[in-house]
Design a protein around this ligand. Sequence first.
Ligand code: T5A
Length: 210
Amino acid sequence: MSGMCGRFIAFEGGEGAGKSTQARLLAETLRARGLTVVVTREPGGTPGAEAIRNLLLNPPGEGWPPQAEALLFAAARADHVAHLIRPALARGDWVICDRFVDSSRAYQGGAGNLGDHAIAALHAFGSDGLRPDRVILLEADEAALAERLVVRGAEADAIEGRPAAYHRAVAAAFRAMAEADAAGFARIDAVGSPEEIQARILTAIADLLP
Ligand code: T5A
């Protein structure tokens, strides 16, 4: 629980799992029910964090060492939490965030080998350990995700362009986190039409809805 009045939902999963699409659809549905909803993303969401996003996804020079990368994600998150997420929750708004700290746990902590304790320590320092009320983990097999990214056709950024083994380790880390915290995570099958997937998500957050 975020401990505040609004609700905080984070979408997580691999590249192309449909997080942005589902975040947008969920916001539309909640707004139609009369809720005030803020949709945001990480890295980013505030001017400061968007500036850091650009440094992370298009690194100047030879690329960030793993520790520097984790610190930059945590710094972007600290700005986003302080300037956007906490104020919105305090107003009683719903916040829907496309990726949050569990991406750092899966990418930098798991696939990047920095470990969960290091990421937890950065998050405790940067963002007072804020947790979503529910993490929606969108899961699909590698082939389905690869096909979507080909259809989308955008050029891979510095993290998306890492080898398949890295992305497999990311998926495994997400799976392990969800298994360890069944109440905090909803594992959603991300294969199907956007509408089918949205119906699964609404079922998974039904207990949070007013
Ligand atoms: N990162 C991020 C870290 O390493 N550590 C961190 O702490 C954080 C916060 C962020 C990168 O940074 C890394 C992870 C990432 O590598 P990003 O641009 O936010 O970069 O990357 P993604 O989150 O992966 O965003 P994507 O846009 O690639 O994927 P989404 O949001 O999961 O997917 P979406 O909705 O854009 O859909 C992708 C494509 O599939 C289609 C869409 O139309 C789109 O073309 N699609 C579907 N196709 C078929 N069936 C469906 N049901 C579909 N739903 C969507």
